[in-house]
Design a protein around this ligand. Structure first.
Ligand SMILES: [Zn+2]
Length: 758
């Protein structure tokens, strides 16, 4: 039921337009509800306490707490007990998932010299939890298959598709070889995938000090950067195909769920893969011969980088316990008073690779203080319109297991009721970082304007605006500077993958945001035993003030979403962003065409042969068919429907708010809100992206060959990148229809709003 207050004539005359698109007012609120909301929000923002966050982190990170460990379960039960202590209705939901752990790991150089890799991160005397080795997971990549291979080594730089094109020109094949790739350039799971596609039989991934170690700054414990024996653990599940438990695709991994045999699990790697430190990598790389690595491929080790193959030969042996382990998702629910079947979901994971103070406890403790804050307001009489669900996920690290299984288990209900999902993960010191659905860009800009930055005297929004200006190169076009100054909203990035928003956004089509602070707290402890309380309290958000800022930002967002009269989506900014994506893709296709024509001509003219250094022979690139012109009209037509619908919705919202919202004072807006929730859903297709049906969203997806890195309008963009021109034409039509569907979904929300206003 609408709960707009009684307006005196005076208020109506003096008040500015309550629901105007002006981002300074509260979008989706009448004047009266906006005022009440701002009072509650101000009360909330005074509650989150840095000291509490510090204590929670010390407790959560006191011992290793990966999936299946004793302390993972203890932490879940402790978070549950805190939620209950604060008066929230909370429970643990359990799933059972495939979780391999190492039984045997061996890596040795067998020729031309001998060396046995240590595969062990040493305890440091100054760092008290680093010695908990009986509970620490060994260094490994989860969901690598078992294997026992001996082969010559080839250095493949980051191991992304472009690097293999260079290897072709160098005349080096990885067929039958073990590749060694450095971390960076893509999500780690891409490296063994591309290596296997090129015929490699094994894959090593190491942290080069250039990206992750002493080149960046002093190493731990003297500084925050990765020490010589530090290893980045991590999942290599084929997540660009699907997230979640490999044995229960598309369904919740409940006790009695039907499971695939392990041999049929699609998302395990095709070759064995192991992560190593630069301490272990250096002797292997130093023993390599063959071509000197191209300049861009060289890291910061004190050696000459060679590509190989050989003469270094390595033996890699991996065996895993293919166990099923329980997941403990902690879920707390605050029922909504007016629209209980509309859900605002807020999540952060609680599981870690080891002690996980930064990843994920720094985000989890912020979420806990939000939950305590909202629980406190409830006792003071705050009564949110919509249902709020706090989720503290298990099993994120292995492949977004806890969030994905929960999302798949509650699939039908979520598709109907979930309005917005707000995610965070590790947090740190610095600038607000926001990525998400562009229908929420205006909304989150509004929230950021109300959050004070802990270090400067401005809002986190203003600081972000200044930092965007400061980051522009001196010769940047004036238009870019002007946009940052004048566009009402700072642009937010699109979401790829890499945290728990993925099942909500990519699979279910729930509008999502990912929030966090960072940029002033770089370090090198990611997924190692050194990501612990000692490191965090010395090198990151040491006084937890940015933890408080995250609580304030995410908590305000959740409240503002849960209390709004009209859900505060904005579609004009969304349409503007979509148009930029279309233009990007159009340019991509013309550039590819121009480049191919030019390169074919250079090959025909004999340019490559003429400029080549006869002592450093490079093969010319192969000639390629010239890409055809593509017809982008279906995409443009779909976009114009979307754009017109977005403008009409905005006009209707402004009209409804022109008297401070009084016209709607006694009307139910539930139907309009129900329609609004479905707009993001209209951006999905049931059969998903080409070759990966789990990814239903047609605007955002992690790249098939970038992993975490986002591909926008992925079906079209990736068919062009992969030179599948027929497929590209088909996808342009299909995605054009999706944009039209979204326009129509917005139109039905506009119609409901109009009806309510009559
Ligand atoms: Zn994380």
């Amino acid at each position: 039921m609408k709960r707009l207050g009684i307006y005196s004539l005076c208020t109506i005359l003096l008040a500015p337009a309550g629901w105007a698109a002006d981002p300074v007012t509260l979008r989706g609120y009448s004047n009266a509800t906006a005022q009440t909301e701002q009072e509650w929000e101000a009360k909330f923002r005074a509650i989150p306490d840095p000291g509490n966050q510090r204590n929670y982190m010390q407790r959560l990170s006191a011992r290793p707490h990966h999936v299946g460990s004793a302390y993972d379960k203890e932490n879940a039960e402790w978070i549950l007990s805190k939620f209950k202590e604060w008066g929230l209705d909370a429970k643990i939901e359990t799933y059972d998932v495939l979780f391999p752990t190492p039984k045997e790991r061996a890596l040795e150089l067998v020729a031309p010299t001998q060396f046995k890799a240590k595969l062990q991160e040493p305890a440091l005397a100054t760092d008290p939890t680093s010695s908990q080795n009986t509970e620490q997971l060994p260094t490994y990549n989860a969901y690598s298959i078992d294997g026992n291979v001996t082969a010559p080594l080839v250095y493949v730089n980051f191991g992304v598709p472009d690097d293999y094109e260079m290897l072709d020109r160098l005349g080096v094949s990885v067929k039958g070889a073990i590749v060694i790739a450095r971390y960076g350039g893509s999500w780690r799971g891409i490296k063994p995938k591309v290596a296997a596609e090129h015929g490699a039989v094994g894959c090593l991934i190491y942290s080069d000090p250039h990206e992750d170690g002493y080149f960046q700054g002093p190493d731990f414990p003297a500084g925050p950067y990765r020490p010589k024996d530090g290893v980045q653990r991590g999942s290599v599940m084929d997540m660009p195909v699907r997230a979640g438990d490999p044995l229960t695709p598309g369904i919740g991994a409940t006790k009695d769920a039907k499971r695939l045999p392990i041999s049929q699990a699609e998302t395990l790697t095709k070759i064995p893969v192991l992560p190593i430190s630069y301490g272990d990598a250096e002797p292997l790389l130093a023993a390599m011969g063959g071509r000197t690595a191209p300049e861009a491929w060289r890291g910061s080790l004190p050696i000459t980088y060679h590509v190989g193959p050989g003469p270094a030969r390595v033996h890699l042996k991996l065996n895993f316990n293919w166990d099923t382990k329980p997941l403990y998702d902690v879920v707390a629910r605050i029922p909504g008073s007016a629209e209980p079947d509309s859900w605002i979901i807020r999540g952060n994971h609680h599981d870690a690779w080891v002690n996980g103070a930064q990843d994920p406890d720094s985000g989890a403790v912020a979420l806990m203080e939000e939950a305590r804050g909202l629980a406190t307001l409830l006792k003071q009489g705050w009564n949110p319109k919509r249902t709020i669900i706090f989720c503290v996920w298990d099993g994120e690290e292995e492949g977004l297991l806890g969030s994905t299984e929960w999302a798949e288990d509650h699939d039908a209900e979520l598709r109907q009721k979930a309005a917005v999902y707000v995610n965070s993960d590790g947090n740190g010191r610095g600038f607000l970082q926001v990525e998400g659905s562009h229908s929420l860009e205006r909304f989150i800009n509004g929230v950021a304007r109300d959050i004070p930055d802990p270090e400067s005297q401005v809002s986190v929004w203003k600081r972000l605006q200044f930092s965007s200006l400061a980051k522009l190169p001196p010769n940047a076009p004036a238009a870019e500077r002007q946009e940052i100054r004048q566009r009402p909203d700072l642009r937010i990035g699109a979401l790829g993958s890499g945290s728990d928003y993925s099942p909500f956004l990519d699979h279910l089509g729930v509008a999502s945001l990912n929030l966090g602070f960072g940029g002033e707290d770089r370090g090198g402890i990611y997924h190692s035993i050194y990501d612990d309380f000692y490191w965090y309290a010395h090198f990151s958000d040491t006084d937890f003030r940015y933890g408080r800022a995250l609580s304030q930002t995410a908590g305000t967002a959740v409240m503002r979403l849960a209390d709004a009269d009209v859900l505060p989506y904005d579609f004009t900014g969304f349409a503007d962003t979509i148009h930029r994506y279309i233009e990007e893709i159009r340019k991509l296709s013309t550039d590819m065409r121009d480049r191919t024509i030019e390169r074919n001509r250079e090959i025909d003219d004999g340019m490559f042969a003429a400029v080549e250094d006869p002592r450093e022979k490079m093969l010319p690139p192969p000639k390629e068919n010239v890409p055809p012109f593509l017809n982008f009209a279906p995409l443009e037509n779909g976009w114009s429907t979307l754009q017109r619908a977005a403008e009409q919705y905005d006009q209707e919202l402004s009209k409804a708010g022109s008297d401070g919202g009084a016209a709607l004072a006694h009307t139910s807006l539930r139907e309009a809100n129900e329609k609004l929730i479905l707009v993001e859903r209209a951006l999905t297709l049931k059969d998903g992206l080409p070759g990966r049906p789990w990814y239903e969203h047609q605007i955002y997806a992690p790249g098939l060959y970038t992993g975490y890195g986002v591909k926008t309008l992925p079906a079209v963009r990736e068919s062009i990148e992969q030179k599948q021109w027929m497929e590209a034409e088909a996808q342009i039509a299909r995605v054009g229809k999706v944009l039209q569907n979204a326009g129509e979904a917005i139109d039905s929300a506009t119609a409901e709003l109009k009806r309510a206003a009559q």
